[in-house]
Design a protein around this ligand. Structure first.
Ligand code: SF4
Length: 291
């Protein structure tokens, strides 16, 4: 019989909301060291890092906006998706009661907050995929509202940007999104980028790209080079931590390519703020492990 994973999903939510991943914290510390001594940029990063430590110590949210919960669940053959969805919802409700999550789910028609982070079938968002083997993997990202607001989608070619349907056009579009975000998305953040797809699949893929660790390298050398170039050029924009100017505007860029219709060429940018909350849980042989 399929086990009840509610308590493991709850722990996944707790860790995601309160314990920033090691790769993100490391990159923030490197960013702090690279900023000018005594600058506003360094001060902002000092505050961010102190906040990260306190959240971890006290199991309190890293940011007051605990974001949209977006889950990706890969499950072995024979598991019930309905049961898993219900367990995830129960975990989210309990996490809200324990204040790991702020009540964030608002009915867009009535304006009423459900107060428990549930809502329609898209809140919380859960993507399911059946996989070979006996291991269940659940990944969670908590996507803040401020940084979600500065996400952008471009349709190439774009005459205003001088961006054609090629990778240099992609670079121009992504840098435009970073420039327009200025300090509003709580920089420094990470860029999840999708090239291609339709409007919906492209945005979804741009968020999936954010599950990659900051210190990995894209297996496609062409995209790896583009990721490096965009990060480097974004960091020359002098927007800096929280928009105070400085050397670190972007912690990293992760790009995913999708097939597309000949008529369409979308570039979707999901901006993830410094509160880059993502975690993964694997369940195997009755044991849960958190990463
Ligand atoms: S954008 Fe991120 S850091 Fe800024 S308020 Fe929202 S969740 Fe918090």
């Amino acid at each position: 019989m399929q086990p009840d994973l509610t308590k493991h999903f709850l722990e996944l939510v707790r860790l995601t909301a309160t314990d920033l991943p090691a790769d993100v914290e490391k990159r923030l510390r490197e960013a702090r060291a690279s900023e000018e001594e005594g600058s506003a940029a360094q001060g902002a990063l000092d505050t961010v890092l102190r906040n990260v430590e306190m959240a971890r110590e006290n199991s309190t949210p890293i940011c007051q906006d605990t974001g949209t919960p977006i889950f990706y669940v890969s499950y072995p053959l024979g598991w019930s998706i309905r049961a898993l969805r219900s367990q995830i919802e129960n975990a989210v409700v309990e996490a809200t009661k324990r204040t790991y999550l702020r009540p964030n789910s608002v009915n867009s028609i009535t304006g009423l907050n459900t107060k428990d982070n549930t809502g329609d079938e898209h809140y919380p968002t859960v993507h399911f995929e059946e996989v070979d083997g006996d291991t269940l993997t659940a990944s969670l990202i908590l996507k803040g509202g401020g940084c979600e607001n500065v996400g952008a989608q471009y349709k190439l070619p774009n005459a205003e940007l001088g961006a054609g349907r090629d990778l240099d056009g992609v670079r121009k579009a992504v840098l435009e999104a970073v420039y327009n975000a200025q300090g509003k998305g709580c920089a420094p953040g990470a860029l999840g980028v999708a090239i291609g797809g339709d409007r919906g699949s492209s945005y979804a893929a741009s968020k999936e790209a954010l599950f990659r660790p900051l210190d990995d390298t894209n297996p496609d050398p062409v995209l790896a080079e583009l990721e490096e170039r965009i990060t480097e050029q974004a960091n020359q924009l002098d927007i800096g931590p929280m928009g105070f100017s400085g050397k670190t505007t972007v912690l990293g860029t992760k790009i995913k390519g999708l097939h597309r219709l000949p008529a369409c060429y979308f570039v979707s940018v999901s901006y993830m703020c410094w509160a880059y909350r993502r975690r993964r849980m694997t369940f195997e042989n009755g044991e849960a492990t958190y990463h």
